[in-house]
Design a protein around this ligand. Structure first.
Ligand code: FAD
Length: 385
């Protein structure tokens, strides 16, 4: 299994070596622990640190900020190698997104302060946009950041926040001007340690992605230095979010591809061994056709994902194309999980078989990162010019 297509021009020998190393790390440190993390509803903190020590989170960060100065392709590899082992619980996708907010919009001082700690796994990051009253419509957030001397006072609440229980650094979308819509939104970094008035709700129980900690967050007069604003001036948050969402959406397409590859491999193994009516389930024409369809969908998605990574590396991944890879990848992922689970028969419905988990994990991919309906709106907008 590999993220790369044979013709992908963005892939170098370094990416291939990195993929081998990341794959070995996942086999040794992730695979044996997934069941435990699912039971406890959170990934062990030591895994974040081990992943940092192995260099898995440093690929795209500049050397002077604690990374190795590669590019986004390295983060793509880490995410693929994780999901191709059947895990969606480790919240590295969000860590990578947060890292790139700071890398793109942070001052030199902010980068020096936070990037090395995110790369090493000392800090876990979260991105808090969604609120109980608004999800798709980000400009309608009600969390407010009022000026108070050299600080902001944050008030409001966020919901469904990935890495919400473990996060030490949270990029919060808040209104610095309540009278404005999109232009009133700013991104403010909250360091949770010692933040008076900051509180985490319970670890939310979910249909899938059970190893990930997802939380509601509360801010009651939380004092944050004004120097934690991302970007030179207030009111840039909505624009910053829109500029970074292509990477968030591509991460969903990459994770979809990894999960699909894993599901097909597991299903092929199963149907080769399982017998019905005196023959292997693999030998029924229906099985062969279903698997052929799944494999074709995987290869089409792989080409599209590789094309999107190349565009991202070149600074050319536009909002509509990123919406397509998120929408298409997650739809195909759900179709493939549906077909693969069916080929397991009753065993596919038992949670001890990974296909049941993959089926449940896939569903949210159509919802978070912007729902697929919102993706279609963005795609349609690019046609209606
Ligand atoms: C497991 C999980 C993890 C998440 N992680 C994060 C995170 O880390 N950070 C974060 O900020 N958020 C996170 N989210 C929130 C997620 O991004 C939102 O749930 C999502 O954007 C949808 O918002 P909503 O739930 O408020 O739905 P709503 O916006 O209320 O949408 C409800 C329905 O209306 C449809 N709809 C809305 N607007 C339109 C439109 N214009 N046209 C057509 N249909 C429309 C939607 O498609 C959906 O079907 C997470 C969610 C989950 C479930």
């Amino acid at each position: 299994m590999s993220l790369f297509t044979s013709s992908a021009a963005w892939v170098t020998d370094e990416h291939r070596m990195f993929a081998e190393m990341a794959g070995r790390f996942m086999d040794d440190a992730l695979v044996p622990n997934v069941e435990t993390w699912i039971e406890q509803g959170i990934v062990d903190r030591s895994f974040w640190q081990d992943a940092g020590t192995a260099g898995l989170m440093a690929g795209s960060i500049a050397e002077e900020h604690g990374g190795v100065g590669g590019g986004m392709g390295f983060d793509a590899v880490t995410l693929y190698e994780q999901s191709a082992r059947g895990d969606m619980g480790w919240g590295y996708g969000i860590q990578s997104i947060v890292t790139h907010y700071i890398d793109t919009y942070g001052s030199e001082e902010q980068k020096l302060k936070w990037l090395p700690r995110l790369a090493s796994g000392e800090m876990v990051g979260a991105l808090a946009m969604t609120e109980p009253g608004t999800g798709s419509d980000v400009q309608a957030v009600r969390t407010r950041a009022d000026k108070d001397g050299n600080s902001y006072r944050l008030n409001g609440s966020k919901i469904f926040i990935t890495n919400g229980q473990s996060a030490d650094l949270i990029v919060v979308a808040a209104k610095t001007d309540m009278s404005l819509g999109a232009k009133g939104v700013s991104l403010i970094v909250v360091e949770t340690e010692g933040a008076d008035g900051f509180r985490r709700g319970r670890n939310l129980k979910k249909l899938g992605m059970k190893a990930n900690d997802t939380a509601e967050l509360f801010f009651e007069d939380v004092k944050v230095p004004m120097t934690n604003l991302l970007g030179r001036e207030e009111g840039q948050g909505f624009y910053q979010l829109m500029k970074q969402l292509p990477w968030e959406r591509l991460t969903i397409g990459i994770m979809a591809l990894g999960a699909i590859d894993f599901a097909i491999a597991e299903t092929v193994k199963y149907v080769q061994e399982r017998k019905a009516f005196g023959q292997r389930v693999m030998d029924f024409q229906n099985t062969r056709f279903k698997l052929a369809e799944c494999k074709t969908k995987a290869e089409v998605l792989r080409s599209f994902v590789n094309d999107c990574i190349a565009k991202l590396e070149a600074g050319e991944l536009d909002a509509a194309t990123a919406s397509m890879v998120k929408y298409w990848g997650s739809e195909v992922q759900n179709e493939v999980m549906h077909e693969c689970l069916q080929l397991f028969g009753g065993y596919g419905y038992m949670t001890e078989y990974p296909i049941a988990r993959l089926y449940a994990d896939a569903r949210v991919q159509m919802i978070y990162g912007g729902t697929n309906e919102v993706m279609k709106e963005l795609i349609a907008r690019s046609l209606d010019v």
